[in-house]
Design a binder for this molecule. Structure first.
Ligand code: BGC
Length: 718
């Protein structure tokens, strides 16, 4: 879009205060269509004649800003009046907030010093066929807005008494325009609302609102106040052992709202930042705090729900709910690790372990394709992939199983949605990542050396370490093999020659078998079997089952091993043990957190320990989706909806349910690009009943029989 627009900024350092930019015009002639094109260095809220121009919040979203910055185009025809006033308030957002919060790097200093500004314009199409453009330039003006401070981690400060009216000419800003791209991702929207469940008066004497559900977004409140009255709100995910408000785990993120009232009844919610929370501590508030004055506005990318999971056990259903909420809370334009503390970054490893589940739960095609383009844009000169994308940790070494997101994510998006374009877009990035490993390893065909996160948070970690005991070279080599193999598969889909990578893959397999003749941990067994590296996978799976049983049926795996452990057990004759782990309530287990009252998936198996204490202050998120990856076992194994590589996008499906009598019934469905598939089994007095509804051709495998089935509804007895 060429609007002859210039970047504009405030004429002077506004420091913490968010500038508001303004354009007024009047339409003397009848207008048939009007468009607003806009983007910002920061995040913006645009209001035309006092009304928001769209449901899009936190626009222009989060991309690798130095290379790619999305602009939005809004149809504003219906909002026009004779006299028009556009106001655009700009906060720091992801563009210049102090991110990440725990380390000060040169890059962080550079980003935080970036200016705030906007670019775009208004385009008017008149009834007489003429067209007029009002591009951003120095005819636009600006003033200090009522938003006195806004930052991703620290929250927002607003003085509602302030009415900008001292309009000054905006200044032109030198900033590249080549980075501008049209909106690519899903829009971030206000998707749901949650009411206050109860108001707590804690032992420490605090007034705390409990929404009964951890959400990501912000609170909206309405208050009847006098000018100068103050509202001060802090955010928390859990209460402490004594039932008091707690936010120690937000680390340096202040996550607070400071609002100074004007006279009268007023409704406010933050508009240039967001929070992860279930509890709000009301530190200051004029008058009595009543539940109906507050509601939690749930904000996430506008992704369509496609997955359904339910069963006869209420605790398992709560786990399913936690998994969906965990995804909603962390799919805010970028797949983030968590929504609350001073991170909220696009951790590649977390995205990689969760993507299969994510792609069944919701349609995340567009969401991931945009993020993957940022990954390609931020790929380092040597092919390395940062720990987070956008790469806000450029000094951090690429880690195995994190950087492999470059290959695993495009492949999964291709498989789930069946569009090979994602492979075309990402192919170079995928190859360069594998080449990076080849160039940086110490030993050929293994990935040795480097700095890795290992089996992050595995419970077999030596004391004091975050990394499970699985050998780092082992994990790194497994993922080297896996990524090389996926490059070969992608090349085949694209009709490209992959001979070099085929040979590489075979050599890695040989080298792996030689270097790692035995497996020492649960995760090592799981990886060797799942990624077809074990020479005798049945023997390795049996050894895994044995190891788990001897250990009291405790899961020890971390981020890397957990996604596949139940798959391996179910595939190799240990489905009963898979269910034992899945249904286990005692620590460590998925249901342990549910028993502790979790409403989203926790970062740690024991974020709140059995004795009621917190795991630790410095690394304890209660909304981290990684372990929610167990849902893909429920879809694929428990319910048996198996995506086939030969039929990407579920053009045809294999349905092979694996029930267990500890659940009376279980049902899963995926609304795929090819049609909806539902699989349910029920233990009835007459026997085991299977109900399959499929809108796509299927192969149904039940009780040793194999049936080719056309789309339709089927009932079988087993
Ligand atoms: C994040 C993770 C991430 C990890 C990498 C953490 O601080 O929250 O989820 O993958 O660091 O080690």
């Amino acid at each position: 879009m060429n609007l002859q627009s210039k970047w504009i900024t405030a004429s002077g350092d506004t420091k913490d205060v968010c500038p508001v930019f303004r354009k007024v015009w009047n339409s003397s002639k009848p207008v048939v269509k009007a468009e607003l094109c806009l983007t910002a260095l920061g995040v913006y809220e645009a209001k035309l004649n006092g009304k928001r121009v769209s449901n899009y919040v936190l626009a222009p979203g989060w991309t690798a800003y130095d290379k790619r910055l999305q602009y939005q185009v809004y149809d504003i025809t219906e909002m026009l009046q004779e006299e028009n006033e556009l106001r655009v308030t700009v906060g720091r957002g992801w563009f210049s907030s102090q991110m990440p919060g725990w380390t000060v790097s040169e890059d962080r200093i550079r980003r935080a010093a970036r200016p705030r500004g906007i670019w775009g314009g208004i385009r008017l199409f008149f009834a007489d066929g003429e067209e007029q453009i009002l591009p951003t330039d120095d005819s636009w003006s600006w003033d200090y807005s009522e938003v006195r401070f806004s930052e991703i981690y620290d929250g927002e400060t607003v003085d509602a008494r302030i009415r900008p009216e001292d309009w000054k000419a905006a200044e032109l800003l030198e900033w590249p325009q080549e980075i501008l791209i049209p909106q690519e991702g899903e829009e971030i929207c206000e998707m749901e609302r949650v009411s206050v469940r109860q108001i707590l008066h804690t032992p420490a004497g605090e007034t705390v609102l409990d929404f009964g559900q951890e959400v990501t977004g912000y609170v909206e409140f309405t208050v009847d106040a006098k000018a100068g009255d103050r509202v001060r709100i802090l955010h928390g995910e859990v209460l402490d052992q004594n039932g008091n408000f707690y936010n120690g785990n937000y680390r340096s993120a202040k996550a607070e709202i400071n609002y100074t009232c004007r006279d009268g009844v007023q409704t406010y919610h933050p508009s240039l930042t967001y929070f992860g929370f279930r509890y709000l501590k009301i530190e200051e508030f004029p008058g009595e705090v009543r539940p109906e004055q507050f509601s939690a506005v749930v904000v996430y990318s506008n992704i369509r729900r496609t997955g359904g999971l339910k069963c006869s056990d209420p605790m398992v259903n709560q786990l399913f709910s936690n998994i969906f909420w965990g995804q909603k809370g962390n799919f805010l334009d970028v797949p983030t690790d968590c929504p609350q503390r001073d991170e909220r970054l696009g951790w590649t490893g977390d995205a990689q372990v969760f993507i299969k589940t994510a792609s069944y739960n919701y349609d995340v095609d567009k969401f991931f394709r945009k993020w993957l383009k940022d990954m390609a844009a931020d790929q380092r000169a040597d092919g390395g992939i940062g720990q987070v994308i956008p790469d806000y940790l450029p000094e951090g070494a690429p880690s195995a199983a994190w950087g492999d997101a470059a290959v695993i994510c495009p492949w999964q998006i291709y498989l789930t949605y069946g569009d090979r374009e994602v492979l075309e877009d990402q192919f170079e990035c995928m190859k360069k990542w594998v080449d990076y490993i080849t160039d940086s390893t110490r030993d050929p065909y293994l990935w040795t050396g480097g700095e890795h996160f290992g089996d992050w948070l595995g419970l077999d970690a030596p004391s004091g370490s975050y990394k499970g005991s699985t050998r780092e070279d082992f994990i790194a080599t497994v993922f080297y093999a896996h990524s090389a193999e996926l490059v070969v598969k992608a090349a085949r889909v694209l009709g490209k020659d992959a001979g070099e990578y085929e040979a590489l893959y075979e050599n890695i397999v040989k080298a792996f078998r030689k270097a790692f003749p035995e497996y020492l941990t649960q995760t090592e067994h799981v990886l060797a079997v799942h990624f077809h590296l074990a020479e005798d996978p049945q023997k390795a799976a049996d050894a895994l089952a044995d190891m788990i049983e001897k250990d009291g049926c405790r899961i020890r795996t971390g981020f890397v091993g957990t996604p596949y452990i139940l798959h391996v057990l179910s595939e190799y004759g240990h489905n009963d043990l898979a269910y034992t782990l899945f249904l286990r309530k005692k620590y460590p287990s998925w249901l342990f957190s549910v028993e502790q009252g979790a409403t989203t998936v926790w970062e740690h198996w024991d974020g709140i320990m059995e004795n009621g204490e917190f795991w630790s202050e410095d690394m304890n998120s209660f909304n981290h989706y990684a372990y929610g990856s167990v849902a893909d076992w429920v879809y694929e194994k428990a319910a048996g909806i198996c995506l086939q590589e030969e039929y990407p996008g579920f053009e045809k499906v294999v349905i092979r349910p694996m029930p267990d009598e500890r659940l009376e019934w279980l049902e899963a469905s995926i609304d795929t690009r090819s049609g909806k598939i539902t699989s349910k089994w029920t233990h009835t007095p007459e026997g085991l009943r299977y109900e399959i509804r499929t809108e796509v051709p299927a192969v149904i495998e039940i009780g040793g029989k194999r049936i080719e089935a056309a789309p339709g509804d089927y009932t079988f007895w087993g």
